[in-house]
Every structure is written in structure tokens, then in C-alpha cells.
Ligand binder design. Sequence first.
Ligand code: AMP
Length: 391
Amino acid sequence: MSILRIENLDLFNKRVLIRLDLNVPMKNGRIISDKRIKLSLPTIKYSLKKGARVILFSHLGRPIEGIYDKKYSLLPIVKYLNKCMKLPVRLIYNYLNKENIFNNFKNEILVLENVRFNIGETKNNNFLSKKYASLCDIFVMDAFATAHRKNSSTYGIINFAKISCIGLLFYSEIKYLSKVLSNPVRPMISIVGGAKISTKFNVLNKLAKISDTLIVGGGISNTFIAIDHNVGKSLYEPSFVKIAKKLRNKYNIPIPVDCRVGKKFSESSLSYTKNVCNINNDEEIMDYGDNTAKLMSNIIIKSKTILWNGPVGVFEFPNFRKGTEIIINAIINSGAFVIAGGGDTISAIELFGVSNKISYISSGGGSFLKFIEGKKLPVISILEKIKYNFK
Ligand code: AMP
């Protein structure tokens, strides 16, 4: 993969426009988690250190294009950045027709208001992409989590910017994910949990092929249990049972032997353990049983590389989080190189307070899964196609 990196360029006095993922969770105008901002800081700080004139931009939430809505303003993020940057940080509204600001600014960091207020952003409109490109000398793509989307600010701009490259976060993502996918230290295991097999089927297929063992959990393992057993009113996908059977017969995929069930999908639901052979029609599988958790942990603990996406149960409900907790403990005690990704996986890691024990936590959700599937992310494809002739 040959993509220009920010470290390959002379940034001094250049207008460097950095596409970040500052799509932080907000409540009543307040930032709930600053994780995405923190992940963005290294590239911002690196650019400043190299003498760049820095402009930042990002999306936030899903406003209606063309309609300004304060709820989706980047202002709270700008206020946050003002507290942790040495230079003042200024939010620029209606920037598409204010080229002068970008020609003359210095000793401050500019932040463009939410790109999703601009008509054409999510449709990858060429006119808009060209406008963004005209604001800078160098475009830096650092929003790995949006690299699977062809938007104007992530993809289209690359067609028009004088120079485009990737930032530090983006580079880490492809470095670590490529390492695990192409040359893992063995045994390598993958753990895929979560709700629906249909949304992760390509990932399962790919990981079954390259892993020594594929561990399934959550609603996904319910579909595997359903190959041989009644799963009552559990979340599972009947149309995927046949395909799950093919996978199970071909690859090393241990199936749960017991599980924690409840009578309703609710936080207050009582949980009790059942063998997978004896699930009644009014019962719902919501977690691994202890024997299954032990079975999977014994495999995990012996592995040298782990790729993990998706909780193995409804970890949001205290009565159904023990399986995920046991699996996490095995993961962090394995000494393996561990890559984890996906929104709920990260929530589970944070819930159990073990973030610092995971070798690499990907910032991507959809892009993480697409990358694992082996699909070329559109942003990576276009960046790879560009040929520069530097003098
Ligand atoms: P995903 O986005 O596919 O990774 O799914 C994550 C969600 O799957 C979490 O909110 C879990 O609560 C949910 N989940 C995990 N196990 C089950 C299960 N057995 N039944 C229903 N939902 C589950």
C-alpha cells in the first residue's frame, strides 16, 4: 500500500486542512465522551510543530443538509480545543465563500463548522469538494472512522486538493489492522459477537478463513446454536442458519454449550443458566453460560493474536454481562497482541476499565469491519491512485 503520509511532507507555512472525526456523543450541548477529540490531537499537534497553518473540519451527527441547526454545531468542540491548545481556536461559519480568511490567517487554528450543514456533502458533490480543496495547500485525511464513506470532505476533496495524505491516526489504523490480517503471530483467534449475523457475515467468513479459531457470541452465536437446537425467543436469524452450518462444518468454530437466559429482553429480567439443548419457547438467550465462558476462555488464553468485535451477550444489562466480563479477562490475561474495534466493544472495554490493557483499539466502526472483510475502503483506493511528482 503506497499512500502519502503527513510525515512525508514539508508542512511549513502551508495551509493544512485536516479532516477529523470529531463526531463526539453530545447531550444538551455537552460533550459526553472526548475520546474522538483526544485521538485527533496527535495529528493537530504534529502539524503545528512543523509550522503548518492548521484548519480542521469534521461532521457531527446527522443534521439536514442546507439547514443550520445549533444542536449540531462544532462550537462545544471548539471550546474544548481552546482549553487544550496553545493557539486560539476559532469556529468559522459559512466558510464556503470566505476564501480571504484562509489566505490570511496565522497564529490561530481554524475550525470549519459541521460539514454536514453543506448541501452535497454526503452525496460527494464535486462543486463542494472543489471548494474544500481550494481552502488549503495540503489535505490531510485522519478520519479513519469515515473512510468507508464517499463524502465530499472525506473522498471527493482528494480529486481536487493539490496534495492529499493521511494523518497519524489513519496511518496507525491501517498499520495495526494490516499487521493482524496479513501476518498474525499464531495461534490467532477472532471473537465476533454482537446482534446480527447478517450485518457481519462477510467479516465472519473472512475471519473464519484466516483465524485458527473463530469464537462467536451474542445474537450471532444464537444463529449457530439454532443449527441443532431450539433457541426459543432468542435473537437469531433463521435465514442464516444454513450458512452458519456450512461455516461451522468447514472451520474451527466452537459452539456454546450453555447460556444465560431470561424471559424478557429487559434490564430487570432475571437470568438463569440453561444447557443449549433445553431452551424453552418462552426463553431468550442473552449471554454465555459459565461452561461456555470457560470453554472460550481456555482457547483465548492460549492465543498470541486476537481480533475482537462485538460483545458476547447483552452486556448493557448487569444480569447478562458476566460472559463478556469473563471473555475480557481472558483477553487481557492472554498476553496476546489484541486489536478491538466497534462501538459496543469499546463500551464494554470501558465498562470493565481495561482500555489500557488492549494493544490497539480501532477508532473505526463500519470502516473497521469493512477493512477486516478485505474490502478496499474508498478513501484508501483513491489515495493509492494519486501519483505526485515532487521536485
Ligand atoms: P453489534 O452492533 O452487532 O456489535 O451488536 C451489539 C449489541 O448486541 C449490543 O447492544 C448487545 O446488547 C447486543 N447483543 C449481544 N448479545 C445479544 C443477545 N444474545 N441477544 C440480543 N442482543 C444481543
